[in-house]
Design a binder for this molecule. Structure first.
Ligand SMILES: C[S@@+](CC[C@H](N)C(=O)[O-])C[C@H]1O[C@@H](n2cnc3c(N)ncnc32)[C@H](O)[C@@H]1O
Length: 266
């Protein structure tokens, strides 16, 4: 790829004797920028030294509708999910973690949700995403997996039947802290009083080379979304605490370039 992003990725990750060379296998930045339609944005930013006034995809609006771009984007997202899910759910199985009802916010094509059910981590999952994502042919179908179209920023589910866990994976970095606080506040309304919140994000102070990945991706989200960014763990915990009181971290897992933390409400 001739794009500046490809060059940056190559320089950052694969140059010999660089500490981050080990990341190259896991962190295909060029592919991430390509499938998210961000290459022209990075190129323009490199050329002009500025964030484009009309950044696309603004919170993925570019992908509205069952367009080729949407299919391409979600194929990329699915690849990441299929790579992470076995390690994550094996670790949870080993700890005998089991949730009854799970709410998956911004579920994408539902690959994490399907894996949770297949692994016995969840009995049934309600996946929430935008209608065009639910319409994608690639989205997962299972009798124990239900789908609901909604905007997470205005989510309003009946609160009488709270969920045992909420899984929110790679969503928060698309929005500003203020919007994320609102998303988390709404998600807390649907969580049982002893329910668990599972967050999957790229953490700026993640273990080892993760912090580098989060730093580069944080720049990517700053360029391509309206206010999105990556957080440090403490920032993430503070955001969650604004939504509802949580006990300390119950579990955390370091994946190749991202982290899953589980907080128990209480
Ligand atoms: C990066 S993808 C992550 C998908 C999946 N959770 C995963 O980790 O593989 C972000 C997902 O959040 C969804 N999303 C973002 N903003 C949303 C909103 N305001 N309402 C509903 N879904 C949203 C997108 O449509 C997309 O499916």
């Amino acid at each position: 790829m001739e794009a500046a992003s490809g060059l940056a990725a190559e320089k950052l990750l694969t140059a010999p004797d660089r500490p981050c060379a080990a990341l190259a296998d896991q962190f295909d930045l060029g592919a991430i920028l390509e499938f998210s339609g961000a290459v022209p944005i990075w190129e323009s930013a490199v050329r002009t030294g500025r964030r484009p006034a009309q950044s696309i995809p603004q919170n993925q609006k570019l992908f509205h509708g069952t367009t080729d771009a949407a299919t391409h984007y979600f194929n990329g997202i699915r690849k990441l999910a299929l790579r992470n899910a076995p390690q994550l759910f094996e670790a949870l199985s080993a700890r005998r973690v089991q949730f009854g009802r799970v709410l998956d916010l911004g579920a994408g094509t539902g690959d994490y949700a399907a894996a949770m059910i297949d692994r016995g981590i969840a009995r049934d999952v309600l996946c929430v995403d935008q209608q065009y994502v639910i319409d994608l042919p690639a989205r997962q179908r299972r009798s124990s997996l239900r789908w609901q179209a909604a905007d997470l920023r205005r989510l309003s589910l009946p609160s009488e039947e709270p969920f045992d866990a909420v899984w929110i994976s790679n969503v928060l970095h698309h929005y500003s802290a203020r919007t994320d606080a609102e998303i988390l506040r709404r998600c807390a309304r649907n969580l049982a009083s002893d329910g668990s919140l599972l967050i999957h994000e790229y953490l700026l102070d993640g273990a080892g080379t993760q912090a580098l990945a989060a730093g580069v991706l944080g720049l990517h989200f700053a360029l391509t979304t309206g206010g999105g960014r990556c957080y440090s763990l403490q920032e993430l915990l503070d955001l969650c605490a604004r939504a509802t009181p949580f006990n300390s971290i119950e579990f955390s897992l370091t994946l190749p370039i991202s982290t899953v933390v589980i907080l128990r409400r209480g």
